[in-house]
Design a protein. Structure first.
Length: 347
């Protein structure tokens, strides 16, 4: 079944189909369609919707609901996500699965309400305090907003970790046909870690304050081992015309849509351009990018920022190929013609 919907609405439907039980949020543009839609839909489904008194409260409500085993979610845009970082760090430390959605807007500060990709560092480097990682998914269409919202909960529970969907204001607001191709109902195994009351069983404890000598160190080691497993098993990416490419554009989200069109234009002019699109920003597809780094190949990172993902591209290439950057921030959009010009002039 296909419907013409905004990316933000597709996201909601994906989360609902995945079994979302509790949503906690606070309004901020350009993600306002998410709480607005769920405020009606969740009530119709007899599920929990709460507009919290603040972003901080919303994130901690997610923690409280998710620790009972419920599939819980919050969403916001850039400055709102910044306010949630303490609770996100707590959830990572407590190994609580949850979904956090960032429909990015221009920054820094309050910035504006236009689409941006300037929160890449915040998402993939942890964002809050301490040594932790989050699985970060990057949709580039309304269809992927739906599918990644659905899949995110399974990833979160598989690894007992929060998952971030890092979208942007353009993807969130644009309307596209979406094939609602995920099943409507899911069955769930009992979560042996969840705090559900201990009548008839031994009590359970989940906490992030670990004060005994050596306990926090061992906990951190265990977390890092889990992150290694995620990095090994969950890398996702897409390539387009990369087999013979001499210039490979790396881009995610809305930038990858524009870059793909630029690659088509470049090919029409006889330029051997290709596109490498990470679907997971963490774990980052470093090995896959490195496989293209060889003599005669150059990279161009296209982002709606002043250069963030380009650092991970350079680390992956490891000096074996030239890497350049093209980007805009503050709500600006890089155009096909600007990318084509950069490809043409790449020396």
């Amino acid at each position: 079944m296909k419907k013409l919907v905004k990316g933000n609405i597709a996201l909601c439907e994906g989360a609902i189909a995945a079994g979302l039980k509790s949503y906690f949020g606070y309004p901020i543009t350009p993600q306002n369609e998410v709480p607005a839609y769920l405020s009606r839909k969740m009530v119709e489904l007899n599920r929990v919707f709460v507009q919290a008194e603040s972003e901080i409260a919303a994130a901690n409500m997610v923690l409280g609901a998710a620790v009972t085993g419920a599939r819980a979610m919050t969403s916001s845009s850039s400055p709102g996500i910044s306010l949630k970082q303490e609770a996100i760090s707590y959830m990572a430390a407590m190994q609580i699965p949850a979904l956090i959605v960032n429909v990015q807007r221009g920054g820094p500060g309050l910035g504006n309400i236009s689409g941006s990709q300037a929160d890449y560092f915040q998402a993939v480097k942890g964002g809050g305090h301490g040594d932790y990682r989050l699985i970060v998914l990057a949709p580039n269409s309304a269809q992927e907003m739906y599918e990644m919202a659905y899949d995110a909960f399974d990833l979160a529970e598989k690894y007992r970790t929060p998952v971030i969907i890092l979208s942007d204001g353009v993807i969130g607001q644009m309307m596209e046909p979406v094939d609602f191709n995920r099943p409507e109902r899911k069955t769930f195994d009992e979560k042996q870690w969840a705090l559900t009351g201990c009548k008839g069983r031994a009590p359970r404890s989940i906490q992030s304050l670990l004060m005994k000598d050596g306990v926090l160190e061992r906990h951190n080691i265990n977390l890092q081992e889990k992150y290694k497993t995620i990095a090994k098993n969950e890398v996702r990416f897409e390539t387009y015309n990369t087999d013979d490419a001499q210039i490979i554009i790396t881009a995610y989200g809305i930038s990858s849509r524009i870059a793909k069109s630029a690659v088509k234009l470049a090919r029409e002019k006889g330029l051997k351009a290709g596109l490498f699109r990470p679907k997971t920003l963490w774990p980052f597809p470093s090995e896959a990018i490195a496989s293209f780094a060889k003599p005669g190949v150059k990279f161009l990172s296209v982002e709606l920022s002043h250069g963030q993902m380009v650092e991970d591209v350079k680390l992956a290439v490891n000096g074996k190929a030239q890497v350049e950057f093209l980007g805009k921030a503050g709500g600006g959009i890089v155009t096909e013609q600007e990318i084509l010009k950069a490809i043409t002039n790449y020396k």
